[in-house]
Design a binder for this molecule. Sequence first.
Ligand code: BG6
Length: 502
Amino acid sequence: MSNQTTMTAQPTSLVIFGITGDLANRKLLPSLYNLDKYQLLPDAFHVIGTTRRELTLDAVFEKLQTTLGENYDEVVFARLKARFEIVTMDMTRDEDYAHLREKLDDAEDAAGICMTRLFYLAVPAQHFIEVVNKLGNSGLQQGCRHDDQMPSRLLIEKPFGYDVASSEQLIQALEQHFTEDQLYRVDHYLAKETAQNLLTFRFRNPLFKSAWNTESIKSVMITAAESIGIEGRADFYEQTGALRDLIQSHLLQLLALVAMDEPESFTSEAIHKQKLALLQAIEPIASENVDEQAVRGQYVGYRSEVENADSFVETYAALRLTINNQRWQGVPILLRTGKAMITKVIEITVVFSDESEHTNDNALTIRLQPNEGVVLQMLVKKPGLTDDTEPVQMEFCYDRSFAANGQDTRPDAYERVLLDATRGDKTLFATGDEVRASWRIIENVIQKWQQDGQGLQLYEKESWGPDAADQLASAAHVDWLTDAMNICPVNVALPNHTPEEA
Ligand code: BG6
């Protein structure tokens, strides 16, 4: 977290398991393209895409071309393609891992140096344990054969299990073959630019640092609404649902950053220590309180989309949590997420309040997407001859503060994920203990919700979700405050900074 850091990737052999999948095509390949475009990939950067099918490199890159759209640079595109090879492999066959190992050895021999080996599991979660075991049994976790100080790294995408028991099985398989240092559990929300700003904002600004506690804060709300539905991922979603998909991972990770105590330093270890302490201080929802503290909904039309007339999988989930420590005693924490909602918005709202009848609440909104920024709502006197007051907003908008100066370099979260994994920086990844602690918080809700559809509310597409979520908030004497239209509007008139004025 220094002011200036250099960000070039280290010499790397990146193996993407599942090169034909959605994640590879939509996120990983475009991110590699951008990293190459900004010259952040060294010459020694080799990528192996694995697939079960006979597939040519041309076919993979034709698809990438469609994803990138018209706006791509042919020189960069060709340079990236030259780094790639496709290896046909069946993830269930031991001999295919031996073949993969030969390919990695060849790439290092050709480069004349040892390269960090990164294995990216961009395959459905049901294959994780098998691939992890096969990588381990074939010795691929050891890294380059000429340097025993360069162990391989494993990047693994959520869902990290399905509940407490299955996540424990995955953790055990991982621990059997890899050390924690080798494991990079991707949570791409942590790599979103504004999420990275949370600790700087909280701990480098005395104004907020000193008021960040139960004496000043009335509530914390985190919303991740998506306007898209399940985008054809029926099988995945029917086994997952909103609680596992977004809350267990992304929203609890964001909450950890919003609520953790100040770390001793901004190193990965110190940050993870405080995040874990916070997650462990969240009171798990008790079985008998599930109805009171958790709301689930499903958008109208979901059942026909997944061709399961009886499905009670939730496409919307909201929770009310409490944190058992001094800083947060008595502060309601509300989390919500949903598909097919009125808008796409990810934001955190912290409401500041005091007992006085003469003050108004101050709402601080940290917007992660879209129109990223931080906005503080406060009360001012209206200009004029009366004493009337009105709430107004004080805004920091990325577009206004940085893009206007040509400084805006908000990379896609996956660019940061890939770069940090090559550089060995684990700050923006989840640890095994954090994953454990997160499952524990929601375990009883999972167990109860999978029994039957009792309490599941249907909601219209393009809405804010089920009414019960409003009641969940009002029972804690708060309101969901998201006003998606109002923050950092994109077409805002930019201040006229001429060089003379500056
Ligand atoms: C993924 C979920 O982790 O995050 C998806 O599996 C969801 O269901 C996606 O759509 C949202 O990511 P983003 O970056 O678009 O907010």
